[in-house]
Design a protein. Structure first.
Length: 302
């Protein structure tokens, strides 16, 4: 027994594993985040034991989408964030990740949390709504055959290639725990045909993301799009109601999905498209509560 104890002490720390819960954050601009860091309380500017890998966001057809590196979560992963895979350059903006992470640490105090984020402003699922922003349809072969789903896959692959996320010498046991999706405005901007196709497109994309994470029934939480009404027509997204209906339909038909509806009460910032700082602070909490509820039910089945 004494010799066994000595042997165990000599085993390198890397042979020990630690569980880290992994959440994927994806979508378009309101997932990217337009909150101002200066509006965050001090206890939300850094969250202990939470790490983030944010893939570099590029238009369809470019070759460095999804490049990134793991870092401790700090304010600045909103719009304007950039990375070359060696250095992360934080912006003066944040998204829902700050309060989501804080709330998840409250709900899972003994677990470390890892976030994998890829989002790009204006993007759609339907290739007919791509415009100059980008498309999430895996079958879309626009310029150079690269699209937003390709960059999402690159982000996930690059993130998961690191076996010691927090750099403490222990191998990580990653537990895929949820997909957070905040998108739909791009598909609500055009015509009825595109909006009516949102449900099958969303269903296909979420199943593809689950497959990419190798967890078929991993919980999915959708953020319901909303409309500020701040334009000359009093309606920013012409087909918003149809996309909202599709989002609700997805949640009704998927036993491991939930929806965040608090978006309808949020105020907007300096433009008609993006929530103000208070909105993103609330949004992260609500995403956390919804995914936690799904996780408890999901893990009971296991």
């Amino acid at each position: 027994m004494k010799n066994l104890k000595i042997f165990l002490l000599l085993i390198p720390a890397v042979f020990y594993t630690q569980k880290i819960r992994v959440f994927v954050l994806a979508g378009q601009s309101n997932m990217n985040g337009f909150g101002y860091n200066k509006d965050l309380p001090n206890d939300l500017k850094t969250v202990k034991d939470v790490y983030i890998f944010q893939g570099n966001s590029v238009p369809d057809g470019e070759k460095n989408g999804g490049t990134g590196k793991w870092d401790v979560l700090k304010a600045g992963n909103g719009t304007g964030f950039k990375t070359d895979g060696k250095t992360n350059t934080l912006s003066d903006r944040f998204g829902l990740e700050m309060t989501f992470a804080k709330r998840m640490k409250e709900l899972f105090p003994n677990d470390k949390i890892a976030l994998i984020k890829y989002a790009r402003e204006g993007t759609s699922i339907d290739s007919l709504a791509t415009g100059s922003f980008g498309c999430w349809d895996s079958d879309y072969h626009g310029k150079n055959g690269l699209n937003q789903y390709d960059y999402f896959l690159n982000t996930v692959k690059n993130a998961l290639s690191e076996k010691d996320i927090d750099g403490n010498g222990k191998a990580d046991e990653l537990q895929m725990s949820g997909i957070l999706w905040m998108q739909g405005e791009g598909d609500a901007s055009y015509n009825e045909e595109i909006a009516n196709n949102y449900y099958p497109h969303l269903k296909t994309l979420m199943n593809q993301m689950r497959a990419a994470l190798r967890t078929d029934d991993v919980p999915v939480v959708i953020g319901k799009i909303s409309d500020s009404g701040k334009n000359e027509k009093g309606k920013v997204w012409p087909m918003g109601e149809l996309v909202q209906y599709a989002q609700e339909k997805f949640v009704r038909n998927d036993k491991n999905a939930a929806i965040v509806r608090s978006t309808q009460k949020y105020n907007y910032g300096n433009d008609p498209w993006h929530y103000d700082s208070a909105g993103y602070i609330d949004l992260g909490k609500n995403f956390a509560d919804e995914v936690f509820r799904l996780i408890i039910n999901f893990e009971k089945k296991d």
